[in-house]
Design a protein around this ligand. Structure first.
Ligand SMILES: C[S@@+](CC[C@H](N)C(=O)[O-])C[C@H]1O[C@@H](n2cnc3c(N)ncnc32)[C@H](O)[C@@H]1O
Length: 1002
């Protein structure tokens, strides 16, 4: 049993602690100078909950008197949380400490007023007691909101009694109540054996338990944290554990290398061999390789957590025998001579009998077995949950945080918000029985679904949830249950290239399947559950393109390769497929019968990733026919998706929004026009979908495979455009409201309000070609735009339109900072944010440049300095305007400044290729652009401001600079600026330019 570690301090000792805490608070500061002592202060009614009681007094009391550590054993409510849905302080282990604290200000004279609030917390958290306190008293209430006198006490009385006679304080009734309080509410720590004991004593679940997803999510985070630390501590053992298995070492080293590349694509390549792993593991602290190793360890921890979770889940529903909880643990722990690792191996063995793909096969994460201490901590954390009740996408949230960790810049890119997933399923109509099933010979057969870039499995998980919760079936009827199970196992296809994400998809889907298995198990006497495999594979989806349908003579050599079955892809650690997974691969490869293809494919522009495109075409020549310069990787996925659909099948994707107009997307547009009806396009405008990807524009679109060319030509596309976001709340909340709003109106023929416009595109699909599509304009606007088009002149015919400089970098960003050597950082005392090519006025003054060096410093403006007609007159920032012809030795002080950053400047692409010297701006442009008479404009053209400027005005690529081409140009720049700022041009930009850069104004 628990043995509370309550310090056996004398009551007077503890009273003295409280006395001293209360004495030391700076009452003058909190009372505006009116009171300086505790007893004076509490006579007033100060509103000090958020200034004194919550942030200062209570944390001290909790630490010094109750032994809690804030943030570790006691979790404060986030300061941003104003919802009032959780108490101010909650012990981390609520099972061991079934109570919570709610703090109030000195202005709260009657704490009883807060009992209902605290009672609701007690009910929500399942705790036994709630404590409401301020500087005067602490009252403990039970779940029926009754105050418990013997546990409640007065701070004021304790203070007075101690002050009066410290030796006699212990005999006061209030002190005895205080001591009861301390005894009941102090922090307790279970040791290893006590935890083992608790797990062993685990009671069987009654089925009445409720599972709090928030609590479980929090526990999962802690479990990953525990395991991650544990994996790190086994770092040295890794190479030792793998012994002579060089192939495995190479595979793990390749994965670490790929992670490092995703963190910094420009990092030098490793020549991977078996010894690389040892070198990587020994990487210097703070280096890129060390970060990659740590992320890999995080994956190991995460993967281990998911397996443990699944085993417990299957135990709790009775799918496998108990071994980690509920009597099973006790039995096997004794049987295996108290060797915990053997218990765990046994548990995995049992799970492997049910699902060998996850438990019986080695992968890059399976070498790790938790240490006894970590395992017990994890099993103890999970022992509080009846996981049999789990049916939600709990891993999604954690995966999102993982993605965030791996690469903050790409946050969200790899994780599709679940609201978007649900919206897409609604848009393709996956909402009712006929969408879920079709009938064949009187039998219900699942419709076929394919996600060709599953990530954490968001789309398949939601499809499974719909099947389970929204299909019509009788959960007492075995046949019905087997139908649903089959629909999940044999209807949901997926493919994912990253091993880690692939495993997460598998486990996430298995969690969705489990409640059905649980119901099926109730018919055990009628049914022996077969071994099964989900239809998800670890593959490069671009390999799944249709086989080439040509005769051998016609078969060009390069296409011959495309028909090979690729066994293995070392780069992605893709092992050859076997057994049922092999069949799944073959099925997807040949299938043109999918009912739905829904996905969030990878968005990768060719710029900066040429090698990826080259390698893909080399490996799968099939894709060459759809290759076009400046294309995006996602185009191939759209084509692949469409090629897999049956006639009438629907494709629902979320992507970036540039493909309807991008030059590199001509082949994609052609393919779509030739094969599909374009049903809907929802353009999210400036609304951010991926929290961490500002500036990215997105669309969701629905295509239907359609072979009737006539019908395709007649089709008019339903367009929905988002104009404005909803107001308050987090990005997620605002976005959810927006999607609900869209869903409410998208079926209408036309609808408009301040948030969205819904209309049928004025052009018919037959009028579209592979050229950019003008489908986003409603009929009336289109007429105006067309008219402007016929009578206007093209801006770039008469004027130069140029972008500003690319300094690279302007300031020391975090990633640039990380590229610097420790020596340079120390020597020059460099910090993130330091100016590289930019100096503030103050920094410039400090350099004390002689006159002859001043000329190279140019006034540097931000695009927010540009308003309609005018710009800010001055700026505090100055650009070091160095170009490839700058005689840098004539500027010794500037040179000395830039020298500090030389190691990163020489690594710039233009510099490495010898196009610019190390001290030059990356792209300096021609200096004439920035001098004398010109029009300057900010890049975001929807809300464009054009200003006339006559002088020295430098800026970067978020600005455009317009200058006359011809000295005898009849339209002066002042005249032009008037036109450009007119309502007509505003309208034109808004309706026709759509995130395209300015020179295309025609
Ligand atoms: C935007 S994410 C998808 C997110 C997913 N819908 C979710 O909810 O987590 C794109 C995914 O495509 C995967 N991917 C990239 N290239 C791929 C390829 N050639 N074949 C299969 N998957 C690929 C990435 O590993 C990533 O997981």
């Amino acid at each position: 049993m628990k043995t509370p570690q309550i310090r056996k301090a004398q009551s007077s000792n503890l009273a003295s602690k409280v006395y001293s805490i209360l004495n030391k608070l700076d009452y003058g500061a909190y009372s505006g100078g009116r009171a300086s002592y505790y007893l004076d202060y509490i006579q007033g009614g100060y509103k000090d909950e958020l200034t004194l009681v919550d942030p200062v007094f209570f944390p001290q009391f909790a630490r010094e008197v109750l032994g809690f550590i804030l943030g570790t054993s006691l979790i404060p409510k986030e300061k941003t949380e104003t919802s009032g849905e959780r108490p101010d302080f909650l012990p981390r282990d609520l099972h061991l400490h079934p109570f919570m604290f709610e703090t109030k200000g000195t202005d709260s004279r009657d704490l009883a007023l807060h009992f209902p609030q605290v009672q609701s917390y007690i009910q929500k958290t399942g705790a036994r007691y709630g404590i409401v306190l301020n500087l005067r008293e602490a009252i403990v209430i039970s779940e029926t909101a009754h105050p418990i006198a013997e546990l409640s006490f007065s701070f004021e009385k304790l203070y007075r009694d101690f002050k009066h006679n410290p030796h006699a304080v212990g005999i006061q009734p209030n002190t005895r109540q205080f001591m009861n309080f301390v005894k009941e509410f102090s922090h307790q720590e279970l040791d290893f054996m006590q935890k083992v004991e608790q797990i062993a004593q685990g009671r069987p679940w009654t089925g009445e338990e409720t599972l709090s997803l928030d609590e479980l999510t929090q526990k999962i985070r802690e479990v990953v944290f525990i395991l991650h630390n544990d994996v790190r501590s086994q770092r040295d053992q890794l190479t030792h554990l793998l012994g002579y298995d060089n192939e495995r070492k190479v595979r793990i080293a390749s994965e670490i290398d790929a992670i490092a590349e995703s963190i910094d694509p420009r990092k030098p390549k490793w020549e991977i061999s078996a010894s690389s792993l040892r070198e990587m593991l020994g990487a210097k602290s703070g280096s890129l390789d060390e970060k990659a190793v740590d992320t890999y360890f995080y994956r190991v921890a995460y993967f281990t957590m998911t397996r443990l979770l699944l085993v417990r889940l299957w135990e709790d529903i009775g799918f496998i025998d108990e071994s980690l909880y509920d009597g099973g643990f006790k039995k096997w722990y004794e049987n295996f001579n108290r060797e915990l690792e053997r218990v765990l191996r046994y548990a995995f063995h049992l799970a492997g009998e049910r699902y060998s793909w996850l438990f019986n096969r080695e992968n890059n994460y399976t070498w790790y077995y938790p240490s006894d201490k970590a395992l017990v901590d994890v099993l103890y954390e999970f022992s509080h949950f009846n996981l049999g009740k789990l049916n939600a996408d709990v891993l999604g949230t954690i995966y999102e945080e993982y993605v965030d960790r791996v690469d903050r810049k790409n946050k969200g890119q790899y994780y599709t918000p679940r609201e978007v997933v649900s919206f897409i399923w609604d848009r393709v109509g996956f909402t009712h029985d006929n969408a879920f099933f079709h009938f064949e010979d009187g039998q219900r057969k699942p419709r076929l679904i394919f996600d060709l870039a599953t990530g954490s499995g968001g789309f398949l998980v939601e499809a499974a949830r719909r099947l389970r919760e929204e299909a019509t079936y009788n959960c007492q009827n075995l046949n019905d249950l087997v139908d649903i199970e089959n629909a999940i196992i044999e209807g949901l296809y997926g493919s994912e290239i990253s091993a880690f994400s692939y495993y997460i998809t598998e486990i996430n889907l298995l969690i969705q399947l489990t409640p059905i298995i649980k119901n099926i198990l109730e018919h055990k006497h009628l049914y022996r559950h077969p071994e099964f495999a989900l239809s998800v594979i670890h593959q490069d989806s671009l390999k799944l393109h249709p086989r080439i349908e040509k005769t051998f003579e016609e078969f060009p050599d390069e296409l011959r390769k495309a028909d090979e079955v690729y066994e293995r892809d070392k780069r992605h650690d893709i092992v050859g497929l076997e057994g049922r997974k092999r069949q799944v691969y073959e099925f997807i490869k040949d299938c043109r019968d999918f009912d739905y293809v829904c996905a969030n494919p990878p968005y990768i522009g060719e710029k900066g990733h040429k090698e990826l495109f080259r390698a893909t075409i080399e490996q799968y020549p099939y894709w060459k026919q759809y290759y076009l310069g400046k294309m995006n990787y996602l185009y191939w996925f759209v084509i692949l998706g469409l090629s897999k659909l049956r006639e009438g099948g629907k494709l629902g994707f979320i992507t970036t929004s540039y493909w309807p107009t991008a030059d590199g997307a001509a082949k994609l547009r052609r393919y779509i026009l030739d094969n599909a009806l374009i049903r809907e396009i929802v353009d999210f405008g400036e609304t951010r979908i991926f929290e961490g990807a500002p500036g990215q524009h997105n669309v969701i679109f629905v295509l239907e495979r359609y072979s009737d060319a006539q019908k395709r030509a007649e089709n008019r596309i339903k367009v929905a455009k988002v104009k404005k976001e909803f107001g308050d709340g987090t990005v997620k909340e605002r976005f959810s409201r927006l999607l609900d709003h869209l869903e409410g109106h998208i079926e209408e023929e036309s609808y408009t309000d301040e948030y969205i416009d819904v209309f049928l595109s004025p052009v018919r699909q037959g009028e579209l070609t592979e050229k950019p599509w003008g489908v986003f304009i409603e009929e009336a606007s289109k007429k105006i735009i067309d008219r402007i088009g016929t009578i206007g002149i093209k801006l770039s015919d008469h004027w130069f339109v140029d972008q500003g400089v690319v300094p690279n970098p302007l300031r020391l960003t975090k990633s640039k900072y990380e590229e610097l050597s420790e020596k340079a950082i120390e020597k020059y005392k460099l910090r993130i944010g330091d100016g590289v090519f930019i100096l503030t006025k103050q920094a410039l003054d400090r350099l004390q440049l002689p006159d002859c060096e001043q000329g190279i410093m140019k006034p540097y403006f931000k695009n927010s300095d540009i308003e309609k007609y005018t710009t800010s007159a001055s700026t505090n920032d100055f650009l070091i305007y160095t170009t490839s012809i700058t005689p840098i030795d004539n500027y010794p002080n500037i040179r000395q400044h830039l020298e500090k950053f030389r190691s990163i400047l020489v690594r710039r692409r233009e510099c490495e290729s010898g196009k610019v010297p190390w001290f030059s701006l990356h792209w300096a442009r021609e200096q004439r652009i920035f001098e004398n008479e010109k029009i300057v404009c900010s890049y975001r053209t929807e809300d464009a401001s054009f200003a006339y400027q006559d002088g020295s005005f430098y800026g970067s690529t978020d600005m455009y600079f317009i200058k006359s081409k011809n000295e005898r140009e009849p339209h002066s720049l002042k005249y032009l600026v008037g036109i450009l700022n007119s309502k007509v041009i505003d309208f034109w930009l808004l309706k026709s330019l759509l995130h395209k850069p300015l020179p295309q104004i025609k």
